[in-house]
Design a protein around this ligand. Sequence first.
Ligand SMILES: [Zn+2]
Length: 438
Amino acid sequence: MTVLIEGGTVVTMGRRGRVINPGSVVIEGKNIKEIGETDELKLKYKQADIIYARRKVIMPSFINAHHHLYSTFARGLTVPGPAPKNFSEILEKLWWKLDKALFGEAIYYSSLVPLMECIRHGVTHIVDHHESQSYQIGSLDEISRAVEETGIMAVLCLGASDRYGKGVRGLEENERFLRKKKDCIKGMVGLHASFTVSEKTLKRSAEIAEDFKCGIHVHCCEALEDGKKTREKYSKGVVERFRDAGILNEKTLLIHGVHLSGEEMNIIKESGASVIHNPESNMNNAVGYAKVLDMMHKGIRVGLGTDGMSSDMLSQMRAAFLLARNEYKDPNAAFTQAPEMLLSNNPKILRDITGWDAGEIAPGNSADIAIIDYDPATPLNENNFMGHLLFGMIFSDVDTTICGGKTVMRHKKILTVNESEILEKCREISEKVWENIK
Ligand SMILES: [Zn+2]
C-alpha cells in the first residue's frame, strides 16, 4: 500500500537535515519511498492514500530510551504511612510496594496506557525497564502483548535484583524472553541497580548478555545510596564494578548517572556505553543533577528517557534544556545538546541495541513519522529549526503517528486500540492493585 503525506513542512533530520516546504513523503509498505516537492509527488502517486499535512510539520517520530510502563497505577495512589523522606524510602514505600502488587492482567493494562500516550506524543519506539516481583516469569509477555496491540516497537527487559531473593528468576525471565524472535519487539538483560544486585546475579547477567549478543539495561548512580552501598560492600564504585564484571560496552544503557566522578565518566567513555538522562524524574526524586554536558564534552553518548514520568519526549527534551541552563548557570547552554540527545543520540542508541533505523526521514528507511500540528509564526528553515522545536513545537499536539509504515494515529484518533474502553478497565484493575498494597 502506498501512502502520500501531502503538503507539510518536511524536516528530515539525520545527516542531511533538510527542511522541505511545502514537501511530501511517500511511504510504500514499511518504508519511506521518496521525499520531495508536493506537486511532483502528487502527480506521480495519484492512487496513494493521502494524509493531509498542510500547516503541519512532518518529522521522524521519537524514541524514549528509558521508560517504566508498569508505573501507571502509581497515579493517584496514596501509600500508607508517613511520606517518603529520601530516595531509598521512595523505592521502599512506593515503587517496591507497587511492583509487588502487580499481577499479569495489571501488567498488561498498566502497559497499554503509557503506550497510548506514546502514540499521542509521536513516540514510536521505547526501551522499557520492567519490575514485578510477585509476577516475574511471563511478565514480559504481558507487556509484549500490549506493545503489539498498540502497534509501536519496543525493547523490553525485567530489572532483575536480589532485593527479594529472586534475582535468579528475574534473569530467567530475561533469558526466556530473549529466546523469542519478534520483528517489532527485542529484549535486553535488565538489572535494577548495583546496590540491589549480588555478584552472582551480576556475573550471570553478563553471561546471558554475551550469549545473546545484547546489552544490559541498568540504573546507575541515580542517588548517592547506589555508590555508597556498592563501595561499602565491594570496595569499589558502581562503574568500576560494572566494568570489572564485563558489562560495559556500546550496547549497555546506564540510566541516570547523576553521581558520576570524572574518572567514572572516563571509564564509561572508554567502554562506549551510553548514559540515559531523565531530568524530570531526577527533579521529582530530588536526587541531584546529572552533568550531561560534561559527559557529552568527554564524548559519552547521552540519550534521553522519561523514567516512567511521562511518555512525552518533547517536554522531556525541554526539561533537559532548561535544567542544564540553570545547573550550569549558562544562558547559552544545551541549545544543541538537548535536541541532540533526543533526535540524534536516541536513534543511534536504538540502532546499536536493535538494528532498527528510526530517526531520519530518508528513502529506504523505516517509515517512523510524527506529523505535528505546528503552523509557525516566523519562517522555519534548516538554520532555525531547533529554535522552533524548543520554543514552539513542544506545545503543539501530534496529529498523526506512523510506526514502520503503519498509521497508529490519524488526525488525533488512535486506530489500533480503544482508548476509552482501556481506561475504564484500568480504573477497575487499579483498585485491585491498590488493595494489594494496603
Ligand atoms: Zn528507571
